[in-house]
Design a protein around this ligand. Structure first.
Ligand SMILES: [Zn+2]
Ligand SMILES: [Zn+2]
Length: 369
């Protein structure tokens, strides 16, 4: 079938919206008619080369839509099902999956880097030449073929734009707080970086009864915005990790139990670590450059039992957590629609990235159908 999609021709951009050929789903794969896709910092990392990406590629990985057709052997979803899309289609059989760590699946990750689906081949082409998938999803398009295990069935009355965000930013931020950290009522939390992931972490911390919920950002305007998501106070980045951490320690009455780091900058990671109190943990979500190194004051680790916890995809299990998070959205506990600041058609995808880069947007969603 013919689809319209935003194609990254090469690192550096631009994204061109054009017609491509999309092949039929093979066994274990699903054709999804896409309705919405968030515009995420990871897509920006693919454009600017921070994350090496095989081109030409159709970007986008925060999608939701309706199943239109299924390949052989597919039993999880059927045509007509509404689905949110997971970029971590765990295999269920590798050592990490057997340890109940599907987000770290050792089958899916290498396949993702090759720009194909799980069998390494692509369903996208243009004039007979291959076009590559991005994170198995490629949701900057009006339809996609993707692994069955990327499809999580959701209730029909959940808006597609919110469901799309649950496929990446929301689950990453909420999961870091609830699954990786296991924040309990009364815990002190600070969130570094008020983008879509950070604000999702703020929503989860507030909903879980954390107190205080502090936010740290270079942009004072973002701290104000975070109050609408449940932040109880804000600290403007003070120029150095030490000074910023001192301000967080002061504002929290002696340091936080969990410092959630959502920027991927090593100086913010250090500030997060230094903001923790005894037995506290820095929870690192943001993706740093491949060669980044994080030096920490070692003595405080044994002496104060300080910890560093890595968090990938919110340590989540998409088929459980997408559904839980969307249920809490419907009940008003997680007002996720507040994350969406702009809605644009696919043709304005470049403008979406301008809004993301300028910091003007909370989350941009492309409306695809
Ligand atoms: Zn993302
Ligand atoms: Zn696996």
């Amino acid at each position: 079938m013919r689809i319209r999609a935003a194609v990254l021709e090469q690192t550096g951009g631009p994204l061109n919206v054009e017609e491509l050929e999309l092949a039929e789903p093979r066994p274990g794969e699903v054709l999804v008619r896409l309705h919405a896709s968030g515009v995420c910092h990871s897509d920006q990392n693919a454009i600017d080369g921070t994350a090496a990406t095989r081109c030409p590629a159709v970007l986008g990985h925060e999608g939701a839509g309706v199943v239109e057709a299924v390949g052989g052997g597919v039993g999880r979803v059927a045509p007509g099902d509404h689905v949110a899309l997971s970029w971590a289609p765990s295999c269920g059989q590798c050592p990490e999956c057997l340890r109940d760590l599907p987000q770290l699946c050792s089958t899916a990750w290498p396949a993702m880097g090759r720009g194909g689906l799980l069998d390494g081949t692509t369903r996208l082409s243009r004039d007979g030449e291959p076009v590559y998938h991005y994170s198995f999803i490629s949701s900057f398009a009006d339809a996609a073929v993707l692994p069955e295990r990327s499809c999580v069935r959701i209730p029909d009355d959940v808006p597609f734009d919110v469901a799309g965000l649950v496929g990446c930013a929301v689950t990453t931020g909420v999961g870091a707080v609830w699954r990786t950290a296991g924040v309990r009522p009364g815990d002190r939390v600070a969130v570094f970086g008020c983008g879509g992931v950070g604000l999702s972490a703020v929503l989860a911390a507030a909903a879980g009864g954390a107190e205080p919920v502090l936010v740290v950002d270079v942009n004072p305007q973002k701290l104000e915005t975070a109050e609408r998501f449940g932040a109880t106070g804000g600290v403007v980045w003070a120029g150095t990790p030490e000074e910023t951490a001192a301000a967080v320690v002061d504002a929290s009455g002696g340091g936080v139990d969990y410092a959630i780091e959502a920027t991927g900058r090593p100086d913010a990671m250090l500030a997060a670590f230094l903001s923790t109190r005894a037995r506290g943990a820095a929870v690192l979500i943001g993706i740093p450059a491949e060669d980044a190194v994080l030096p920490l004051p070692a003595l405080s680790i044994p002496r104060l039992e300080r910890r560093v916890l890595g968090s990938l995809y919110g340590s989540s299990r998409p088929e459980r957590d997408f559904v839980t998070i969307l249920d809490l959205y419907r009940r008003g506990v997680l007002p996720l629609d507040r994350l969406i600041s702009h809605r644009l058609p696919l043709d304005e995808v470049e403008r979406g990235f301008e809004l993301l880069r300028s910091g003007e947007a909370l989350r941009v969603v492309l409306e695809l159908a």
